[in-house]
Design a protein around this ligand. Structure first.
Ligand code: ADA
Length: 546
């Protein structure tokens, strides 16, 4: 399923989710789309290239909309190379104009690490391989809606919104058409527009919405915003997206939603579910969210990359706020100097924000988790990425999770200051003292009057390892450390949010084995099968206490 609601009533779309012909190394067989090839036993640790092929019947203007291919895709139609895309976690599309008939689509997918890949590197999580998210085939007219951006604005207790619609005209002539915008059945805007030939044009509308309910965590009211194109009174293309009326703001150290201070309690979550890898079925995504909500969470951080849209759709519906993060984890300056780093990072931000702009659950954009924020070169990269975000969205704050207390030189660039701390796990200092020292140092840098989020706290615990002496890696020790960390963080009025590292155990690259028993990051409060550890109940008790 592509999304949790219909995105088109007029445009014809269908999903290419079926068995595809598949080969990888010596392996020949079939594979499901979407999935990770690690679900095939013989390929459980395969790194390299794989070839997907399928014959399909289509013609006219066709768009192949890929929601995620891990990590590099080369797309061919009838043997001709038509697209190249890098990054597992962002969507892209390929347009084909062709005669009606049978065509062969071939996709060469690569998940290996090399100089060509600046962001997917050996890491404390695993880069799986495959067409990991849905692939949608759309039939397009010459003129069609590319995207809608909806920006709600709160004014004297009421709501207005800026709506921007990108319309593409692929034909050789200027086209005069009518555009109608509606919320549900209510028509809000109707205008005649002319769309220049061979161009995408953005149409902007401002409107007051007098009879709508605000979106909040307790009452996550969503509206379907539809844009429809008409020619001579006949509807020929449409796009529907879901929106909510809410505004994120900052007042000194306070993070606000609709003018009210937020106190965030949540989890960091990787897209990883044991045998499914990073291609998690919808019902399992839903169950993760249900487990987080049951534990009392009101937010989640998509560490360390943009997530599946269906995950964001569920968060929208359930009122779970999201820190969505562009892709990067733990890249030192040398890696940030990879010639592909800048373009691959900026493209990831561009694709993330363009596709996910309308999700009301997303309250901030994050970048560059634990990268080189302590060097001048690193700072120039942070600056470029923050500038890129600002060029695409000024309605949400920006942040980055740092672990460089004492030498981070990028705090002035961000709207929210965020730190990853692991007191009582990676060092023996108490959580209270660690936070006090952190706050003092942040104040010394001149950034003490910004909201502060503890973006990671946590400890390792191996499911089923019980210990009377609360040995390191035992469930008891993990629960005990989390209790101490949460007590300090949640009782500190200067901290407006905390994200536990992490929701579930995840596979890591083998080079990390020394500190990672089972070749997993074991700091999940549920294991890789979502079995609850002791820590789950500890967190639930604390998060749900009044
Ligand atoms: C970091 C990092 C996480 C994870 C964590 C840990 O803070 O952001 O990705 O590696 O440490 O488990 O040590």
């Amino acid at each position: 399923m592509e999304r949790l609601f219909r995105t088109h009533n007029i445009r014809k779309t269908y999903e290419a989710d079926s068995l595809w012909d598949f080969s990888a190394g010596d392996y020949r067989g079939k594979i499901t789309v979407p999935s990770c090839w690690e679900t095939i036993p013989a390929l459980a640790s395969y790194k390299g290239k794989a070839v997907y092929t399928k014959k399909m019947i289509f013609g006219g203007n066709i768009r192949l909309a890929f929601k995620g291919v891990s990590h590099t895709a080369d797309v061919y139609c009838d043997g001709e190379h038509i697209a190249h895309h890098y990054n597992a976690y962002t969507p892209f599309h390929v347009d084909i104009s062709t005669e009606y008939g049978e065509h062969e689509i071939k996709i060469v997918v690569d998940n290996s690490y090399s100089e060509d890949s600046a962001l997917h590197v050996e890491n404390d999580y695993y880069t799986y391989g495959g067409i990991i998210r849905p692939l949608i085939i759309e039939e397009l007219n010459n003129v069609f809606i590319e995207r809608i951006r909806f920006t709600p604005l709160m004014k004297e207790g009421g709501w207005s919104a800026k709506v921007e619609v990108d319309v593409t005209n692929k034909s050789e002539t200027e086209e005069s058409i009518e555009i109608r915008l509606g919320i549900g059945n209510d028509l809000c805007i109707s205008e005649n527009i002319s769309v220049s030939a061979r161009q995408t044009t953005t149409y902007k509308f401002n409107r007051v919405f007098s009879d709508v309910s605000a979106y909040s965590m307790d009452n996550p009211v969503l509206y379907e915003l539809n844009a429809v194109l008409y020619k001579d009174g006949i509807a020929f293309d449409d796009l529907i997206d879901r929106v909510g009326f809410r505004e994120i703001g900052i007042d000194g150290k306070k993070l606000l939603m609709n003018g009210k201070p937020l106190k965030l309690r949540g989890f960091n979550r990787h897209e990883d579910f044991n045998i499914f890898g990073s291609s998690i079925p919808l019902q399992a995504i839903m169950r993760d969210i249900a487990l987080m909500k049951e534990a009392g969470a009101n937010c989640v951080r998509t560490s360390h990359y943009p997530n599946d849209e269906r995950f964001l759709d569920i968060c929208d519906e359930m009122g779970l706020l999201v820190w969505e993060e562009a892709h990067a984890r733990g890249l030192e300056e040398e890696r940030m100097k990879n010639p592909n780093f800048e373009s691959q990072s900026l493209q990831c931000i561009d694709e993330m924000i363009n596709m996910h702009y309308n999700h009301p659950s997303i309250f901030c954009w994050g970048i560059l988790n634990e990268c080189a924020s302590h060097t001048e070169f690193g700072r120039s990269c942070y600056k470029k990425q923050y500038d890129k975000i600002a060029s695409l969205d000024t309605s949400r704050p920006k942040t980055s999770a740092s672990f460089r207390m004492g030498n981070d030189i990028c705090l002035d660039l961000e709207d929210i200051v965020s730190f990853n701390i692991y007191p009582s796990w990676y060092h023996d200092k108490s959580s209270k003292q660690t936070i006090e020292e952190l706050k003092t140092w942040i104040a010394e840098t001149g950034n003490g009057n910004k909201p502060l989020i503890i973006s990671e706290i946590g400890a390792g615990g191996i499911y089923g390892f019980r210990s009377d002496i609360h040995a390191k890696w035992s469930e008891e020790r993990q629960a005990q450390i989390l209790e101490e960390q949460l007590d300090a963080v949640l009782n500190d009025e200067d901290v407006c949010g905390v994200f536990i590292w992490q929701f579930s155990d995840v596979r890591v690259d083998e080079s990390w084995f020394a500190q990672r028993p089972k070749t997993q990051n074991n700091k999940g409060i549920v294991d890789e099968f979502r079995r609850k550890k002791l820590a789950y109940n500890t967190v639930k008790r604390i998060f749900t206490a009044k």
